[in-house]
Design a protein around this ligand. Structure first.
Ligand code: ATP
Length: 306
């Protein structure tokens, strides 16, 4: 019986490894909300990336033809600039990021990168040009170094370390008993939402893409974590064309332009101060969010002093 149990254990081990691998991939697809329905044109070319200008021209889109989500959206992210998309929940903010990645095709209108329609280039070169810091980062069941290096598998230990420092997660890792060799993911150390986001930022720093897309976490982070993440994001987006999908409003203050989506259309656009001055939807969202975060902060202080 002993002789049999060893190979059986081994088979069990292999089975669990494979299952976990599949789960990781499934997670990733869930996360990105991907349906493999978009294919490259036979004549698709490699994306010729220049400065990395992004343009949405009169984009119409629906997941279900009965229910239009975007009803004519036009905006431009000039090379090296930052545009933030804000708006009520369900307005279509994350949809904009999925369309830029070409997980879906637009119904009409077009999306261009440096003048090239995303439908005319290979998906591989398109996705290689865009770095994504998603809402919820998938961690592999491996070391934290492996998870960061995923951004550029050829990166040296020193480059991984430097990326972690820039992403403001270096000190956290160095305090772990096993440092960069610490296992993370389902079977290892569980990282908080803010820590996972910084791993994603470190990955993106290694990938060094010309275009950056930040899909900000919906969940509230404490003020200190939020400031650390903000500092890391400011570093990584400097000089890169950046599209921020903002669920909270604190990250958008310094954006070159803020686009306010509502009911599938652009309701308002401008800088933070011009939109506040305008006193419309953005100004009221801002006021509401401030009240909510002040109340949360008071609650935190009250709990801490109890
Ligand atoms: P939030 O701030 O809550 O994340 P959002 O503005 O990012 O919202 P989207 O995720 O872009 O909103 O979704 C826009 C609308 O499209 C929502 O009503 C949503 O239910 C719908 N939707 C999103 N993904 C799909 C999908 N794969 N199939 C069908 N409908 C979808």
């Amino acid at each position: 019986l002993m002789q049999l149990s060893v190979p059986l254990n081994f088979i069990g081990f292999i089975y669990r490894e494979i299952r976990q691998g599949l789960t990781d991939i499934e997670h990733m697809f869930d996360l990105l909300d991907v349906k493999q329905e978009v294919v490259d044109k036979p004549a698709a070319k490699a994306l010729a990336i220049g400065q990395g200008k992004v343009e949405f021209r009169d984009v119409h889109f629906a997941y279900d033809p009965q229910r239009p989500i975007l009803k004519g959206i036009s905006f431009e992210v000039p090379a090296g600039k930052t545009v933030a998309i804000v708006g009520p929940s369900g307005a279509g903010k994350s949809t904009i990021s999925r369309l830029l990645f070409r997980f879906y095709d637009v119904q009409s209108g077009s999306i261009l990168i440096d003048g090239q329609d995303v439908r005319d280039v290979t998906q591989e070169t398109l996705r290689a040009a865009i770095g994504m810091v998603p809402q919820d980062t998938v961690l592999f069941n491996d070391t934290i170094a492996y998870n960061i290096r995923y951004g550029r598998p050829g990166a040296t230990d020193e480059e991984v370390r430097r990326a972690a420092e820039m992403a403001q997660i270096g000190p956290f890792i160095e305090h772990l008993p096993e440092g960069y060799k610490a296992m993370v993911g389902e079977r290892g150390l569980k990282l908080s939402g803010g820590e996972k986001q910084r791993v994603a930022i470190a990955r993106t720093i290694l990938k060094a893409p010309p275009i950056l897309m930040l899909d900000e976490a919906t969940s509230a982070l404490d003020t200190h974590t939020e400031q650390e993440i903000q500092a890391a994001l400011d570093l990584v987006s400097r000089g890169r064309t950046t599209l921020v999908i903002a669920h909270r409003l604190s990250t958008v203050i310094s954006a070159d332009e803020i686009i306010v989506l509502k009911d599938g259309l652009i309701a308002e656009r401008g800088t933070h101060s011009s939109l506040l001055h305008h006193g419309g939807l953005y100004a009221s969202m801002w006021a509401r969010q401030r009240e909510a975060s002040e109340a949360e902060e008071r609650l935190r202080i009250a709990r801490a002093t109890d």
